[in-house]
Every structure is written in C-alpha cells, then in structure tokens.
Design a protein around this ligand. Sequence first.
Ligand SMILES: Nc1nc2c(ncn2[C@@H]2O[C@H](COP(=O)(O)OP(=O)(O)OP(=O)(O)O)[C@@H](O)[C@H]2O)c(=O)[nH]1
Ligand SMILES: [Mg+2]
Length: 353
Amino acid sequence: MSWWEDTDADDDDEPWGAFDESSARVRPNPKGSRPRTKVRPAHQDATPGWVTGVDRGRYAVLIDQGLAGADGRTVVATKARELGRKSVVTGDHVSLVGDLSGEPGTLARVVRVADRTTFLRRSADDTDDVERVIVANADQLLIVVAAADPEPRPRLVDRYLVAAFDAGLDPILCITKTDRADPGSFLDHFACLDLRIVTSARDAVPLDAFHTVLDGHVTVAVGHSGVGKSTLVNALTGADRATGVVNAVTGRGRHTSSSSVALRVRDGGWIIDTPGVRSFGLGHIDPANVFRAFAAHAVPVRPPADGIPLAEAHDWEIVDRVAEGELGPTGVERLDSFRALLTALGEDDPATE
Ligand SMILES: Nc1nc2c(ncn2[C@@H]2O[C@H](COP(=O)(O)OP(=O)(O)OP(=O)(O)O)[C@@H](O)[C@H]2O)c(=O)[nH]1
Ligand SMILES: [Mg+2]
C-alpha cells in the first residue's frame, strides 16, 4: 500500500498532526482543478516486523530482530482497520504502530503489509479457484511424507512440486518415520528427479543434513496430517508444538496443528510448521505452471508449438511418443501423474484424444 492510501481515522495518537490536512477547509475550485483530498502520510515511524504466527485475528510479530545481534522480541498485534480485507499471513513483513512492549495484554497494530516475494497458496479442491495464501515470503518448501502411517503417495508429492513451482519455492522432499518402513521403493518414484531428499526418524533426526538444507532459509513444512511435521519441527527448533496420533484404522492424522507458525531452527534458518490438510487443491493454478513445474522437475514434457497459448493448445506434446517407450517405469508413472493433474484441473489432456 502506498502512503497516500493510508487514511486511518483511528490514529489520532500518532505524532503527525503537522501533516494532517483533514481539518483544512476545502473550497470549491471554480477552475475545476483537482480538489484537495483528505491525505495523511503513512505511519512513517512504524516499526518493521515479521509475522511468525496467526491465531484468530491476532498476529505474533517479531520485531527488533538482528538489532545488535539480538534475537528480537515478539509482540501481539491486531490488524488496523485501514487494511480492510487484506490478508496478513505467517511470513508477512509488516509495519507496526501502537504498544510494542510485548507485555501481556498489550496490542500493537499492523498498519502495512509489504509486497510478498513469494506466497504459497492452496484452494479447497481442484475445481475451486478461490485460493488461500498459507504462508508468505518463504523460499523453500519442505514436502513432508511419512514412510508409513499414513501411507506415502507419490502423486501428492507431485502436487506439492507444482505448488512449490507456482509459489517460487525450492522443493525439498523429507521422508519421516523411516523407523516404521524402508522408504526405498517410494523414493524410486522420484529417482529421475533432481530433488533434494532428507530422510528422518523421530528418534534419529539427521541434524547435519537438515542444517545443510535449512540454514539461511525460510522453509515451509507441508504434508498430510500425522506425517510428523510438528514432531520434526520440535526436534529442529526445541519448540513444544502439540503432536497428534495417527488413527490405526484410517491411517489418518487428527489435524493436531491448526495454524502456521514460524520457528527458529537451532542450527540456523526458520521453519514454518503448517496444519496438515486432507487435500492440497491446485484449482487456482494456471495449467501452464503445471507444465512448467513438471518440465522443471525432469519430466520430459515439451512446450506446445510456437505461438500457441498453453491453455488452448490441443496438439502440444506432453512427450515425444517415440520417446515414451524409453521413459522407463518411473518416467511413465510421472507422466501419468502429470496427465492426471491436468485432468483434475480441467485441462484437456491431449494424450487421451
Ligand atoms: N514411529 C514414528 N512416529 C513418528 C515419527 N514422527 C512422528 N511420529 C508420530 O506421528 C504422530 C503424528 O505426528 P505429528 O508431528 O503430530 O504430525 P503432524 O504432521 O504435525 O500432524 P498435523 O499437525 O495433524 O498436520 C505422532 O504420534 C508422532 O509421535 C517418526 O519418525 N517415527
Ligand atoms: Mg502438526
């Protein structure tokens, strides 16, 4: 938001009366030049902060981070009325005014939200193009899948790869619960990908491997309920996020975490724990980005002929038919996944015509 759009009528306590033109009398101008408007400058003295959590209209915002090597402190804030329906999510860079003491019971106000460098979105399902931004300004997506309980599914990983690509995040695949099953055959599905992979177990979290991928980054952990995101985040950060149990019959988690929270990784970097979702809808995603995501992740897809917009292209080649026989079982399977995603998104699948 630009400063001239800032018309917060509630901010009479702000020290900017000298700039306030709202009390000036506005005379009709017979020459018809632009009338004076009620303009206030922005909260120029607002304090920058980073949103580390959102809970029912309250935002945990980290301020003074990095000042003289300080870890910063967290204040609780609400959204200023002037922001209207603009969403504020975990990872947003914001500006705060009001009580910044962080004392219990105090509330600061978020008056500005900076442009987001990235945002991870999902929709309720693939036919729903209403998107929800889950997390802003992260740069990596940790796709968490359990080796067992719940059973891993390669196509879900493909969905997350598409989401990562769409959001501008670098993907990392994390297999948890390796004490429960050998992830080897599951990982075979991704053998043809140039994908960073970390395997982990609750009682043997490979801290060095995580340090290598997490240090210096803001990483969002996503995955089904019960795969062990919070368990892992606790191990990496020393936090005490609640963890749930997986239903032995349905193999599903209990949706223990209900909001996204950013936590400092002990060995460097930030990790954002998110609530497990049953489905990760991609309805808002441009099919062109599905194509680009698969192309980026080593599936032999080819762009449509020159000049044909992807969405309209009926003759675009997903893969060279001749080459298809040479793809090998994993390549063919990933191609199927690609086609299934396009179909789910309502795109014509040339391969079935
Ligand atoms: N055997 C085994 N169990 C694990 C491991 N990691 C997590 N668990 C268990 O799996 C269950 C679910 O873990 P959570 O960390 O709550 O899973 P989550 O992904 O955060 O789930 P939601 O918050 O519902 O999305 C808990 O009972 C954990 O103790 C692991 O590596 N091995
Ligand atoms: Mg959790």
